[in-house]
Design a protein around this ligand. Structure first.
Ligand code: GZL
Ligand code: ZN
Length: 347
C-alpha cells in the first residue's frame, strides 16, 4: 500500500493536535497520512467532528497576501470545527500542484486553492474530482476546460477595479484642466497571467483607449513585490522622460516605485510630479496616501476566510452554492478623511 509520509510540519502539528485532543500517539510511532486520518476518524467517532481543509496559498509576497493568510488561519481554527493544513507555495505553481496532490493523498474534506496563475490546473483538479474532494477557488481564478473541476470561486472583480482606476484618472485630470495635454503613463503589472493582473490591466485599458491624449509608455511585470516594483520603476525613469502617471497593480510595488521616484529626485502624489494610482488599499498604503505620496487606492478585499467557510458550511448541509461570488469593494483618495478610514481598516 502506498505509504505517504506526511511533511514533518504537518506530522508535528497533527501530533500536537492529537495530543491536545487527548488521543495519544506513541512519540516514536511513524504514522502515514492515511493512518493519521484514520486516527482523526476515530476522534470524529468520539464526536470531535473536524472538517479537514487543505489550503494552497500563493505565497507571502505582499501585505495583501499576509492579510489573506491571516483571514484563513483565523477562520479555519479548531474552535470553528476545522483542521487546516496550510501550504505556502512561495509564488511557485509547482509547489501548489504538489500541495494539492498532497491534500488528495491525505484525503482532506475540502481543498481551497488561491491559484498563482490562471492556467495549468486541469490535471490536478481532475485528480481531486476523481478523489471526490470538492475544490473551492479563492481570490485569483483558474481557467479550465471543464468548469465542473471546481465547485465555486469567491473573490474580487479585478476588471472593475481596473476600470474604476481609469474612470478616477479621467475625472482627476478633468478637474486639473489636463484633458488636452499628453499624459505619459507607465504600469507596474502584477504577476503575469494572474487574475488580478489580467483584470486590472484589462479594465484600465478600456478607459485608456477612449482618451487619445493618454500614452501608455510601457507595462511591465513587477510580480507584486516591492523589490521588483522598485527595479522596474528605476528602469522606467531611465528609459522615459516626463512620466506623469504610474498605475501600480499592488501596494507593495507602489512602495518600491515611490523609493525609485524619490531617489531620482522627483516627487509623487497630489502635490508631486508623478500621479500614483495603487491597488489593494492596505493600511500601510493608506498611511502613505495620508503622507501625500499616493493619489488614490483601489480596494481589494483579502478577508475571504469567512466567505469560504460559509460556502463549506452550505456544502456540508447539501445546499447549492453560486459558481462565482464577488466581494464588494470601493476606492479611497487623498481628498477623503483618511485618519478615520485608517482607524476603521481591519488590514
Ligand atoms: C489580489 C491578489 C493580489 C494582490 C497582491 O486579489 O491576488 O496578489 O493585489 C497580491 O497584493 O500579491
Ligand atoms: Zn466602473
Amino acid at each position: 500500500m502506498k505509504k505517504m509520509v506526511v511533511g514533518i510540519g504537518v506530522l508535528l502539528s497533527l501530533l500536537l493536535w492529537f495530543s491536545s485532543c487527548g488521543a495519544r500517539i506513541e512519540e516514536s510511532e511513524e504514522i502515514s497520512g492515511s493512518d493519521l486520518l484514520k486516527k482523526e476518524e476515530e476522534l470524529a467517532a468520539e464526536g470531535e467532528n473536524y472538517i479537514v481543509v487543505g489550503f494552497s496559498q500563493v505565497g507571502s509576497e505582499s501585505d495583501w497576501r499576509i492579510a489573506s493568510t491571516e483571514s484563513f488561519k483565523e477562520t479555519f481554527s479548531q474552535e470553528n470545527g476545522y483542521y487546516l493544513i496550510f501550504e505556502d507555495a512561495q509564488q511557485k505553481q509547482e509547489n501548489q500542484l504538489k500541495a494539492v496532490r498532497n491534500f488528495i493523498l491525505q484525503e482532506v474534506d475540502y481543498i481551497v486553492l488561491d491559484p498563482i496563475v490562471e492556467t495549468g490546473w486541469d490535471a490536478v483538479l481532475q485528480e481531486a474530482k476523481e478523489a471526490g474532494i470538492p475544490v473551492i477557488v479563492a481570490d485569483r481564478q483558474v481557467k479550465v476546460a471543464d468548469e465542473s473541476l471546481y465547485t465555486c470561486w469567491v473573490g474580487s472583480d479585478f476588471e472593475e477595479q481596473g476600470r474604476r482606476a481609469g474612470e478616477w484618472l479621467e475625472s482627476y485630470l478633468e478637474e486639473k484642466g489636463r484633458t488636452s495635454e499628453e499624459i505619459r503613463i507607465v504600469t507596474l503589472q502584477g504577476t503575469r497571467d494572474s487574475t488580478a493582473q489580467i483584470g486590472r490591466t484589462g479594465g484600465f485599458a478600456q478607459i485608456l483607449e477612449r482618451n487619445d491624449n493618454w500614452t501608455m509608455l510601457e507595462r511591465r511585470d513587477g510580480d507584486f513585490t516591492q523589490t521588483k516594483g522598485q527595479e522596474v520603476m528605476e528602469d522606467f525613469l531611465k528609459t522615459y522622460s516626463g512620466i506623469d502617471v504610474v498605475v501600480s497593480e499592488n501596494d507593495n510595488m507602489t512602495f518600491g516605485a515611490i523609493e525609485a521616484i524619490e531617489a531620482a529626485g522627483k516627487t509623487c502624489g497630489p502635490d508631486g510630479d508623478v500621479i500614483i494610482l495603487s491597488f489593494d488599499a492596505g493600511r500601510a498604503a493608506l498611511q502613505a496616501m495620508a503622507d501625500g505620496k499616493i493619489n488614490v487606492e483601489f480596494e481589494c478585499n483579502p478577508l475571504l476566510g469567512p466567505l469560504v467557510s460559509d460556502i463549506i458550511q452550505k456544502l456540508e448541509r447539501g445546499e447549492e452554492v453560486e459558481k462565482l461570488q464577488y466581494v464588494k469593494e470601493t476606492y479611497f483618495d487623498s481628498t477623503m478623511d483618511l485618519d478615520t478610514i485608517i482607524q476603521e481598516r481591519v488590514y
